[in-house]
Write a protein of this length. Sequence first.
Lengths: 161, 204
Amino acid sequence: MLKKNKKGNTDTASSHVLAPVDGKTIVGEQIIIDGTIRGKEDLLIEGSVKGRIEIETHHLTVGPRGQVEAEIQAANVTISGRLVGNVNTTGTVKITKEADFNGEIKAKSISVEDGAYLKAVIEMEREPEKKTVTVVKPEEKSASEPAKEPFAMTGKSSKRN
Amino acid sequence: MATFSTSADRSWKDPAHEPKTVDYTSNVLQIFMEGLDRQPPGQVLDLGPVCQENIRFFARRVKRLYVCDMFIRLERCLSKGNPVSQILQELDCPPESFDGILLWELADRLENTEVRRLAKLCHTILKPGGMAVVLVLGEQTARFGVNSFVVGQDFKVSLRPQSHLNLPMRGRQHRDILAIMSPLKLAKTFICRLGFMEFLFKRE
């Protein structure tokens, strides 16, 4: 199901995607996976994946033709295709202008190109508390707000629909 | 009053040239952030245009940053000839979800009916005491098209043209914005030269 690239040997199923890179697994355009992917190497998805992707120490790329609906755990993630789901990384999330992302991102850093189609909840490491000068009249606020999830992350708003 | 530097003065004189840099220091954003900083870390909604600098800026200062680019949704909606009211369905949030909403200049890109709906929606999804930032570019600046408002150090804001967005500009006056956003209470407003205006609204 997964096509492993070898140097100088691009297999026919994945030749229509990006140039082969050593050590990267490619899920080709015609591949559909429903379930969990676990691994210890970089992954490029140009096909369809639904489920979970766990490559904690490696890089996940959702290519321009990729369609992913999954919970993702990876070191770094690049999104150029359609991704619905939650992304949890220890590193960077890169979202290109071709991306259609709907979900939650937890990352150390994030880069987003202008033009990306985004509906996202983003959590990054917060800056240390700063003392600020009061300009507006202070208000009483409850210290413990109930946890709510404002966006319904259903993926129904895809630009491709 | 907010300062509005004219490093793009040459561009103002010649509409054929796009502005290289148009910077200003935003008083409203400063007040907005100071208001948020006085509370426990909260939730902010940014309605776009998507801008990585702003994502980094706000996401590191609030508990959770919600980004829903309404500008690109509006662009696609208009290009397909769909009713603009569709895009407001994207903001399917429970009442009192947010401590702050960044509308930027979205209100000046929508028809009156939609802006009124948007204002009402903002009132619903803001927590009591929550704030909404609204900008109006003014005709001089808006003729260069849709921009993202890139927030930098000390609340210096640079306008970055968004060439992929082609949206109508309504050219609203100060009083129009106050009337349309009436579900919310005006907290602060700053009028700069070149017709540029900043508003901070609050939910009581």
